[in-house]
Design a binder for this molecule. Structure first.
Ligand code: FMN
Length: 330
């Protein structure tokens, strides 16, 4: 069984991936957050900074691109191939309304003929192996019934499915009946992605889909970085003596962010963003998130974090069914 780190734009870029890999195990492979398409015919190396080899020695990673047409994608794909990335992941799942409206991300899923044209061009023009990250559709899970036969015509390296539809964003539940249909009909190896927040959920999914052996974890890992190890060990009891690793990881990432990002305001905002997720690992998550959101300089940030460290009670990963309740804003 392999565990993949999901691409989470704004969170799982190389600083995070490296700090994570220094302090936690369990993740075998990552998909990088998407590069915007249309970087131009001549790609500037600094635009792919997240993928520089020297930034990716710790964890194997596939680049991802968000685009709807071959002319946008091909120059970047060729650049990445020549640079040493043999696989390219195409994002056909992003649910952000402004992106969907431009037929990108999950927006393209409503147009199977566009998907077909795009894949035809990519398989013709590129040497890269192609993997896809999709949802079940843009507006309806019925769309997958038309899409999958099209996708099946191509030698896709792997097909990552987040079983929601685009208009759902992250609301509601994953549609396991529709995913089950995909399992029965997909030719490419499948990767499951969605709402794995605790050991019990993973166990249930594993029991329901015994043929799947690649699982992707996104928000659950930001919530509890221990989750991949918990899943690999099929046990969570050991976590209670190891919280200190979260704090070590936190300090490491903080240092990286302070080193690599230039303006103090940007540094602070980046640090605070992670607490949208980290906060949920603690019993008083709302209070913690509120305190962090009010911080306005790094000294203050450190003070609040220290208080949390001393006083707050960690709850994530302590039981097999820890429930991850997102704040409405996530
Ligand atoms: C903040 C955020 C950013 C995301 N960025 C990307 C991205 O760049 N590319 C992508 O394919 N999916 C992206 N996703 C979707 C995740 O990769 C994943 O499929 C989704 O969150 C469901 O998995 P999870 O429940 O394990 O988080 C993003 C999701 C979130 C919440």
């Amino acid at each position: 069984m392999q565990l993949y780190l999901a691409p989470l734009q704004g969170y799982t870029e190389f600083l995070f991936r490296n700090a994570y890999a220094r302090h936690f195990g369990g993740i075998d492979h990552a998909i990088a957050p998407f590069l915007p398409s249309g970087l131009g015919a001549t790609v500037k190396h600094r635009r792919i900074r997240d993928l520089w080899k020297e930034h990716n020695e710790k964890l194997s990673v596939d680049p991802q691109i968000l685009g709807k047409s071959a002319p946008e994608i091909v120059p970047v794909a060729k650049y990445l191939f020549d640079y040493g990335y043999d696989t390219l992941n195409i994002n056909m799942g992003c649910p952000i309304p402004t992106i969907r409206a431009k037929m990108r991300g999950s927006g393209i899923l409503a147009y199977p003929e566009m998907v077909e044209m795009l894949l035809e061009k990519l398989f013709n023009d590129l040497q890269n192996k192609i993997s896809l990250k999709i949802r079940l559709g843009n507006e309806s899970a019925e769309e997958i019934k038309e899409l999958l036969p099209i996708i099946n015509q191509f030698p896709i390296k792997e097909l990552i499915i987040h079983p929601r539809i685009g208009t759902q964003m992250y609301e509601g539940t994953v549609d396991l009946a529709a995913f089950s249909w995909c399992v029965a009909h997909a030719k490419a190896p499948l990767v499951y992605s969605g709402d794995i927040f605790d050991l019990n959920t993973y166990r249930k999914l594993r029991a329901q889909f015994p043929g799947i052996n690649r699982w992707m974890i996104g928000r659950g890992l930001l919530f509890s970085p221990f989750l991949p190890e918990i899943i690999k060990k099929d046990d969570c009891k050991w976590v209670k003596t190891e919280y200190h690793r979260f704090w070590e990881f936190h300090s490491d990432l903080e240092e990286q962010i302070l080193t690599f990002r230039d303006r103090p305001k940007n540094q602070l905002n980046k640090l605070k963003e992670y607490w949208r997720y980290y906060a949920q690992a603690f019993q008083d998550s709302k209070q913690i998130f509120y305190q962090i959101s009010r911080v306005d300089d790094i000294e203050d940030y450190r003070k609040v974090v220290n208080e949390i460290r001393k006083k707050s009670i960690w709850k994530a990963g302590l039981t097999e069914t820890d429930q991850f309740r997102f704040m409405k804003s996530l």
